[in-house]
Design a protein around this ligand. Structure first.
Ligand code: HEM
Length: 540
């Protein structure tokens, strides 16, 4: 069947080759434009026929989706463009979920993003096979990521010896449990500053727009862990840094048409990706190299548990030692990955607590009963309801609904359902679709932390990649190395915000709006604004 489709497509050009026989060679020599026109027409009709015959669109022509016993179904989309408009605007996780449902292809759906053949899975079983398979351990790299040096950072380095070395450094040094624990004073200090700033804004305005406070705390927290630097309000270096991070976020998050339609590269680049990357990279390099040089001058020979990442990388020896350029890439990536994710997840969590006063009251009762004085990391680990609230937030609003950056098949992969994903295919997991599937989670639109309390009949779910019903940090070899740091930070901040304030809608305000916008992470479209009434019992 696959072969028949392929040959039908090729045969569409037969008449172009037969032209000389019909018209005579002399006629054609006298009219070269006729030949060019005929060939062009042949190419266009071959493309159209291949597209019409393909399931999955133009990048899946010639039977690409039929290599296994079970074909991979999917929408054709448009000729040449395929389903590119689904990914380039709006909320692709929702659009892809609807397309997969309509095509009956929740296990795996083929689609085309211009020239790029892609598959997306909305089922825990197939998602697990994809994320765990060694042939899916690479990622497709966007132009912006390559130009911003990320090809040498953990997230985009190809899955060879260098990437394995980086993962080893991350797990044994940067994110080792003892180092995450040793950075608690920094996390607490950032939370203290945030709580003071929230109290000031509440006193002045009668309500608080939380996002800016969370972003300041998250930037300081990650800057402290990575560079050993923290900033006060209005610090000039912090403002410069924030501008660089913002620019990088925009460039990495922007949909770049030429990643998928290379012939467009010189014609259409609405985000000016190439020019802006070229302007940003020297600024980043100068900044990060300056930090590394300062550390070289001042650092002790051995890096203790509470050392920042720069000191840790400088202290590595032998096989683990990194070149300066590679250190710049790794450190800069950490700033990127660590800043927004924790801030945005905390904001979603607080939004749900404002929407659900009973959940907030139950959480506060747990916090009050657990802590003696200020909430600590150890308290957070002893609060099952808090963990359930964070898990339910991750389920309802996964920060990377399509698990951030995709995977790339480096060989043909045969799945247990009989489908074969050909080498060169971009593979995505629609985590949002899985966490909103009524067949996986009962009443998925309701915010019910209890579903994660085994003591109340709920599921005991490991969100760190062990259970694909809820794997917001991905799974397998490329699972998020910062997951423990992210969870500890969000848990601590939510507990401290709930301990220090009662959160409610300001009088007369409209209900909390849960509309989403997908940038690098999934954000609330309208930042949360809430009244934060200080609790008499707690001093920041
Ligand atoms: C709530 C917080 C976070 C969420 C939801 C999150 C989510 C993710 C996801 C979905 C992936 C892709 C995993 C895969 O392909 O299977 C990822 C990768 C990654 N994350 Fe996170 N992340 C968070 C926090 C952090 C933090 C705090 C850091 C570091 C400071 C970090 C560093 C990374 C890195 C370096 C990778 C690339 C790993 C690789 O490709 O080998 N993340 N993250």
């Amino acid at each position: 069947m696959a072969m028949a489709t392929a040959s039908a497509c090729t045969d569409a050009t037969w008449w172009a080759y037969a032209l000389p026989a019909f018209l005579g060679a002399n006629t054609l020599c006298a009219h070269p434009a006729l030949v060019v026109g005929a060939l062009l027409l042949a190419a266009v009709s071959a493309t159209l026929l291949a597209w019409a015959a393909s399931s999955g669109g133009p990048a899946w022509a010639h039977g690409r989706g039929h290599r296994g016993a079970t074909p991979i179904k999917g929408p054709r989309g448009l000729p040449v463009f395929g389903s590119i408009f689904t990914l380039s605007r709006g909320l692709p996780h929702r659009a892809l979920a609807a397309m997969a449902r309509a095509a009956g292809a929740q296990d795996l759906m083929a689609f085309s993003v211009g020239d790029t053949p892609a598959v997306v899975s909305s089922s825990p079983g197939v998602a697990k096979e994809i994320l765990a398979h060694p042939a899916f351990a690479d990622r497709p790299i966007k132009q912006s990521a390559r130009e911003l040096m990320f090809a040498r950072a953990i997230g985009f380095a190809p899955s060879g010896e260098y990437w394995r070395r980086l993962r080893r450094i991350a797990s044994t040094h940067l994110f080792a449990p003892r180092r995450v624990a040793a950075h608690e004073p920094g996390r607490q200090g950032d939370a203290d500053a945030m709580i003071r700033a929230v109290a000031v804004e509440q006193a002045a305005a009668g309500a608080v727009v939380l996002r800016g406070h969370l972003q300041d705390a998250a930037l300081n927290n990650i800057m402290g862990s990575v560079f050993g630097r923290r900033y006060g309000a209005g610090d000039a270096e912090a403002e410069r840094l924030k501008a660089m991070v913002r620019e990088g976020f925009e460039l990495l998050g922007a949909f770049n048409w030429s990643d998928h339609l290379p012939w467009l590269a010189h014609l259409y680049d609405p985000s000016n990706v190439a020019r802006r990357c070229a302007a940003l990279v020297p600024r980043v390099q100068a900044f990060v190299r300056g930090v590394i040089d300062d550390h070289r001058k001042n650092s002790a020979a051995a890096a203790g548990d509470n050392a920042d990442f720069v000191d840790v990388l400088l202290s590595l020896d032998g096989d683990e030692k990194l070149a300066d350029d590679d250190m710049v890439a790794v450190l800069w990536e950490m700033i990127f990955r660590g800043t927004d994710t924790t801030a945005l997840l905390t904001e979603w969590c607080m939004a749900e607590l404002v929407r659900h006063p009973a959940v907030q009251a139950r959480l506060r009762a747990e916090v009050d009963a657990t802590v003696g004085g200020r909430v600590t990391d150890a308290d957070v680990a002893r609060m099952p309801y808090l963990q359930a609230v964070v898990k339910e937030t991750l389920r309802a609003h996964p920060p990377g609904p399509l698990l951030s950056w995709a995977r790339l098949a480096t060989a043909d992969v045969a799945l247990s359902n009989g489908m074969v994903v050909p080498a060169g295919t971009t593979a995505m997991v629609n985590m949002w679709s899985i966490t909103h599937d009524a067949a996986v989670w009962a009443d998925p639109e309701a915010f019910l932390p209890e579903r994660f309390l085994p003591s109340e009949g709920g599921a005991d779910v490991d969100v760190r990649g062990g259970d694909l019903r809820l794997a917001p940090f991905g799974a397998g070899r490329r699972v998020c190395p910062g997951k423990n740091l992210g969870l500890v930070t969000v848990g601590l901040w939510v507990a401290r915000l709930v301990h220090a304030f009662e959160w409610a809608l300001p009088a007369g305000a409209p209900p909390v709006c849960l509309d989403e916008v997908l940038k690098l992470s999934l954000e609330m479209k309208t930042p949360l604004a809430a009244a934060a009434t200080p609790r008499a019992v707690v001093a920041a």
